[in-house]
Write a protein that binds this ligand. Structure first.
Ligand code: ATP
Ligand code: MG
Length: 423
């Protein structure tokens, strides 16, 4: 036998035993964004490497070590997108969406990062996200947070996630804070691990994000970003906090919350859960007012978030908040020597009820064998079509679960009969 070929490590197949859950998750997400008047944008999976370097930042985990970058046949450096925001801004600038005040967008699709695969962390994973442009005030920050909260509500998991928020202030405020933080950390350099020492030089804010408990202990008394905020950012943040409370959204201010991408300023937030071990952030976002201009567009403020869909699905299955519809069929059509009649009946039912799953037996065999398949399909009813039925233009309906009576009906009333049983 030929050697089998396997999927790339950290890249998962989504098989029928879970694809039903994914479809439900996706349709719920679509419904929530539509509910807020957001429109979908789809961008290519591959972009110029420069796009991500210039937006996410050279000194970030993603750009330093996680990107799938390769040369194409023209020698251009391309990268599989590691996140969605940069592509949205690129497309928004390229097509004038942002300039034309197309303000509310959403996207969903695969992202790629070369990380160590573990539960909730993969090399191909999926993000659902929203991005808004041209709106500078805390009202839109509130809206995107409300939208994310409605997603938890739609899945019935509001009490499983908590909101953490922080403000990164303006660039100048962050610079002042960086100086203070560096001074603080340099005095404790021997308590930092190698990674944090390196970051201290390149991107000191990221030390706050360290997952190493020793480093976390060392930075326990570090100065707080919130004490360094410029007046405007301070006001923006306090209005947001006040309006979140007013809207009934509980939150925790976490002055250590920084994001792993350089483009954020002012509001940042994360939704975290205790139910997924260390991969507890299901949704993360914030304001990125400088990025549109930085990528060549006319300056426009922006705010958005991205949600890790694998983590959401994991959370929902862990909490059993969503069940998988394993049933492939509602009705299973069997026949003996009446192939053409079977096709006619199946197509007629599909015409009559596009929402039904009508599976027609293929591959022959006697009724007993066909009914076994019918049972396996999960169908609730089988339709039996033999010579008698074909001659008399009738169909026999056989219940496959529970106790119901088998009945033979005129073809013209088959859809109604099934409808009274199924709908
Ligand atoms: P983390 O700190 O967990 O590495 P991050 O800061 O790199 O997350 P973002 O770039 O903000 O994550 O991405 C937003 C969301 O996408 C995360 O909160 C998470 O839910 C999800 N996510 C990020 N990386 C992965 C991955 N490798 N596999 C699965 N989900 C991921
Ligand atoms: Mg990461």
């Amino acid at each position: 036998m030929a050697k089998t070929i396997q999927a790339i490590r950290g890249m998962n197949d989504c098989l029928p035993d879970v694809s039903g859950i994914w479809q439900k998750v996706e349709s719920t997400l679509r419904q929530v964004v539509a509910n807020y008047g957001y429109q979908e944008i789809r961008t290519p999976i591959v972009e110029s490497t420069d796009l991500f370097k210039r937006s996410i930042g050279e000194v970030t985990d993603i750009v330093e070590k996680e990107m799938y970058t390769f040369e194409d046949r023209n020698g251009d450096s391309l990268t599989l997108r590691p996140e969605g925001t940069a592509s949205c801004v690129r497309a928004g600038n390229e097509h004038g969406l942002i300039y034309n005040q197309q303000q509310r967008l959403w996207y969903m699709g695969p992202m790629f990062r070369h990380e160590r695969p573990q539960k909730g962390r993969y090399r191909q994973f999926h993000q659902f996200g929203v991005e808004t442009y041209g709106l500078a005030g805390p009202d839109i920050d509130l809206e995107v947070i409300l939208l994310s909260a409605r997603i938890w509500k739609a899945f019935g998991i509001s009490d499983q996630v908590t909101l953490e928020i922080n403000s990164l202030g303006s660039n100048e405020a962050r610079q002042r804070y960086k100086d203070a933080l560096v001074a603080f950390l340099e005095a404790r350099i021997e308590q930092l691990d190698e990674d944090s020492r390196r970051r201290l030089k390149t991107n000191p804010l990221r030390v706050l994000d360290s997952k190493n408990p020793d480093v976390q202990a060392a930075i326990a008394g570090a100065p707080s970003l919130l004490d360094y905020l410029d007046d405007e950012s301070k006001q923006h943040f306090s209005i947001l906090c006040e309006r979140l409370s007013h809207a009934g959204i509980q939150y925790q201010v976490n002055p250590r919350l920084v994001r792993g991408l350089d483009y954020y300023n002012r509001t940042v937030f994360e939704w975290v859960t205790n139910s997924l071990g260390s991969q507890g952030t299901v949704c993360a976002g914030g304001r990125y007012d400088g990025l549109v201009e930085q990528l060549g567009g006319k300056a426009a403020p922006a705010v958005g978030f991205a949600m890790g869909m694998e983590r959401l699905v994991l959370l929902l299955t862990t909490l059993q908040s969503v069940d998988n519809e394993l049933r492939a069929a509602d009705v299973y059509i069997t026949s003996m020597g009446t192939d053409n009649y079977a096709v006619q009946v199946s197509e007629m039912l599909r015409d009559a009820k596009p929402q039904w799953r009508v599976m027609m037996h293929c591959g022959g065999g006697n009724f007993k064998k066909q009914l076994k398949r019918a049972d396996k399909s999960g169908a609730l009813y089988a339709v039996l079509l033999g010579d008698d039925e074909a001659t008399n233009n009738t169909a026999t309906v056989k219940p496959l679960r529970g106790d119901g009576e088998q009945q033979t009906v005129a073809l013209s009333s088959l859809a109604d009969t099934l409808s009274s049983l199924l709908d």
